[in-house]
Ligand binder design. Structure first.
Ligand SMILES: [Zn+2]
Length: 304
């Protein structure tokens, strides 16, 4: 395990929305006690500062020394959605968990730094997502087609991240996964993707809906179409978007030239908070509602 992970003093992070600067995020995550957590550099991005200096911006993974079926927390896949990484950095709740946990807290640090959605592009332009897993995923329509959806990873970063997901799935098979996203298109309405086996009836998803409603947070209305799917009780189910979440929920993948079984998470949840007209502090607080209840979610999923 790398002892010395090089972090710059100042990454000159985009600051218009009040997000936590990148160096502060790194310091927060790297303060997870080393006696309890392993850490790994998945990939090293190089960032060029305004004075021409080049600094490392690593993509990191953290996993508890305790192994076994695990809680996975993912955030920062899209660089212009800062609430998840900020809430995870602010939370002390997960520091002392005595359950197996995998934390992928900032999957696209370069995008976060410059407020770009993708590895190579802003929002609105078609770019490469660091979470793209299509090189491992079977054809969603006809699973007997003997090839993955794409031949190679869409980028070195996506190749490295998905490889790390498979590596950690062996020691910490995902049981419950939560991926923190935000949505710039919707106004005032939350929604969630439920990609686990229980779909709309997922007990953890239902509990998150209940907690949000208790806190007067609105959900998208039933029957509304979003990304080609019907919303039901604020939930979308049945998407095949080639994301890291679909990978986590997949029972079979395409690996080394053949279809292989892998541990599939029971609950695979993607949370979307609306960015429009909502200050970052409010969005972070919403994410913190989820983080505060993780232990309860864990109990629900462990016995269901
Ligand atoms: Zn997103």
């Amino acid at each position: 395990m790398p002892k010395n992970i090089k972090i710059a003093k100042n990454y000159e992070t985009y600051s218009a929305d009040g997000r936590i600067p990148l160096e502060k995020l790194y310091r927060a995550f790297l303060s997870l006690p080393e006696k309890d957590w392993d850490r790994k550099v998945i990939y090293t991005e190089i960032v060029k500062l305004s004075n021409g200096q080049k600094v490392d911006a690593p993509i990191l993974s953290f996993s508890t020394k305790i192994k076994g079926p695990a809680l996975w927390l993912i955030s920062g896949i899209h660089g212009e959605e800062p609430a998840g990484p900020n809430a995870l950095a602010r939370s002390s709740a997960i520091r002392n968990y005595r359950i197996p946990v995998v934390l992928l807290p900032l999957c696209n640090p370069k995008g976060y730094r410059q407020n770009w959605r993708y590895l190579d592009k802003r929002r609105g332009e078609s770019g490469k997502s660091v979470g793209d897993s299509e090189h491992l995923l079977l054809n969603s329509v006809n699973v007997t087609v003997n090839k993955p959806r794409r031949k190679l990873p869409n980028s070195l970063q996506a190749g490295a991240l998905t490889k790390e997901v498979l590596r950690l799935s062996k020691t910490h098979p995902p049981l419950l996964t939560i991926d923190f996203h935000e949505d710039e298109l919707v106004k005032g309405e939350h929604y969630m993707y439920s990609q686990g086996k229980d779909g709309f009836a997922d007990p953890v998803v239902k509990e998150i809906v209940r907690i949000f409603q208790e806190n007067d947070l609105k959900f998208m209305k039933d029957g509304k179409r979003w990304f080609g799917k019907n919303i039901k009780d604020g939930i979308i189910h049945g998407v095949h978007d080639g994301s890291i979440d679909e990978l986590l929920s997949a029972e079979k993948i395409f690996l080394n030239g053949k279809i292989t079984k892998k541990p599939a998470a029971k609950s695979v949840i993607v949370i979307e908070t609306p960015i429009k007209n909502s200050p970052i502090e409010k969005r972070v607080k919403t994410m913190e509602l989820v983080i505060k209840s993780l232990k309860d979610f864990w109990k629900i999923r462990s016995c269901n």
